[in-house]
Design a protein around this ligand. Structure first.
Ligand code: MG
Length: 302
C-alpha cells in the first residue's frame, strides 16, 4: 500500500519544505517518492509499503508531526489510493466564511459579547448546540429583517481559497455541499458566492418583518452527518468518497464519517479528532491533500 504524506507550507515556512522532506526520509527510513504539487508551497511524499508491512496511521502522523515541529506547515497522512474525493461537504461559519453570522447580527443589535460567548462555548462543545442556538435567537428576537442584508453586505467575507476549493471540485465533477447550523438566508448567499451546488441550514421565523424564532427541528450535529450521508447516497457515492471540512464541535460527526475529515482553524476538540487539520494555510490545502496540483486549480476570481 502506498501512503501519501502531503505537506503545505505557509509563506513564512516555505523555505523549510525541502529540509523537512529530507528529515522525513530519514525518520521514516523508507522508500519515499517526492513530487511538488506547487513548487515551494506544497509537496507530496509517497511512502511505498510492502504488503506485509503494517504501519499504524497514528504512528505515522505522530512521526510527521514531530518532524515538522513548530514550522507553519499543514500536513495530511492517508492512503494514496482513493484520496481524490468525489464530494465536498463544508461547514460555513468560521470555515468557508471568516465570521459567525449570529455574532455579526448581534453586533448590529448591540449585544455581540453575549451572543459571541454563547457561540464560542457551543462551538467548543461545552453547550448543547440546539439549546445554544435557541438561546441566541431569543436574544436577537425583534431584529428587523432588513438588517440581514446589511450583515451580508458589510460583514461577510469568504475565507482565502474557498472559491478555488469549491470551483475546482465542481470542475472535476465533484458534488459540493454547504451545510450550516446557521441559517439559509446566509447559506444561499454564501453558497452562491463560493459556487456550492447545494446548501442546507436552519430557517428563521419572521413575524411582521421582525425575527421571532427558529424553525424546529434544529439542524445540528446529527443533521450535518445526515446531510453527508443523504447527499453521498443521492450521488451514488459512499462516505469514503467524501472530504469534509469544519471548525466546530457540531461538525465532528460529519468529519469522522467522511473519507477525509479536515479541521479548519478549529476548536481543540475538533482538531484532536479530525484526520488532518488546516491551521497555517488556506482552504486550497484541501486540494493539495487530494493530490491536485496548483495548475489544476480553477477559480473565477481574477
Ligand atoms: Mg463553523
Amino acid at each position: 500500500m502506498d501512503i501519501a504524506i502531503t505537506l503545505t507550507a505557509a509563506p513564512e515556512s516555505k523555505d523549510l519544505l525541502l529540509g523537512l522532506s529530507a528529515q522525513l526520509q530519514r525518520d521514516l527510513n523508507g522508500d519515499l517518492e517526492f513530487g511538488w504539487l506547487s513548487e515551494g508551497e506544497a509537496l507530496d511524499l509517497i511512502l511505498a509499503l510492502a504488503p506485509e508491512e503494517k504501519v499504524a496511521a497514528a504512528d505515522l502522523k505522530a512521526t510527521v508531526a514531530a518532524a515538522l515541529g513548530d514550522a507553519h506547515v499543514d500536513f495530511c497522512v492517508q492512503p494514496a489510493q482513493g484520496r481524490r474525493k468525489r464530494m465536498l461537504i463544508a461547514d460555513m461559519d468560521s470555515t468557508i466564511i471568516a465570521q459567525e453570522c449570529l455574532d455579526e447580527m448581534a453586533d448590529f443589535a448591540g449585544i455581540k459579547p453575549q451572543i459571541a460567548a454563547l457561540t464560542e462555548r457551543a462551538m467548543r462543545g461545552e453547550l448543547d448546540f440546539a439549546d445554544a442556538l435557541r438561546e441566541r435567537i431569543a436574544l436577537l428576537r425583534g431584529m428587523p429583517k432588513t438588517e440581514l442584508s446589511r450583515v451580508l453586505a458589510e460583514r461577510i467575507t469568504l475565507n482565502r481559497g474557498a472559491q478555488a476549493l469549491v470551483e475546482t471540485m465542481n470542475a472535476h465533477r465533484g458534488h459540493t455541499v454547504l451545510v450550516s447550523g446557521g441559517f439559509t438566508y446566509f447559506t444561499r448567499a454564501v453558497g452562491g458566492m463560493a459556487g456550492f451546488a447545494k446548501n442546507r441550514a436552519n430557517q428563521f421565523i419572521w413575524e411582521d418583518g421582525k425575527l421571532a424564532g427558529v424553525e424546529e427541528p434544529i439542524l445540528g450535529r446529527e443533521a450535518k452527518l445526515a446531510a453527508l450521508n443523504d447527499e453521498a447516497t443521492a450521488n451514488g457515492l459512499s462516505p469514503e468518497d467524501v472530504i469534509a471540512v469544519g471548525d466546530g464541535a457540531n461538525d465532528l460527526s460529519m468529519l469522522k464519517a467522511a473519507g477525509l475529515g479536515v479541521a479548519y482553524r478549529a476548536k481543540p476538540v475538533v482538531a484532536a479528532e479530525a484526520d488532518a487539520q488546516v491551521l497555517h494555510t488556506e482552504l486550497t490545502t484541501l486540494l493539495f491533500f487530494q493530490g491536485y496540483k496548483r495548475e489544476d486549480f480553477v477559480t473565477s476570481i481574477t
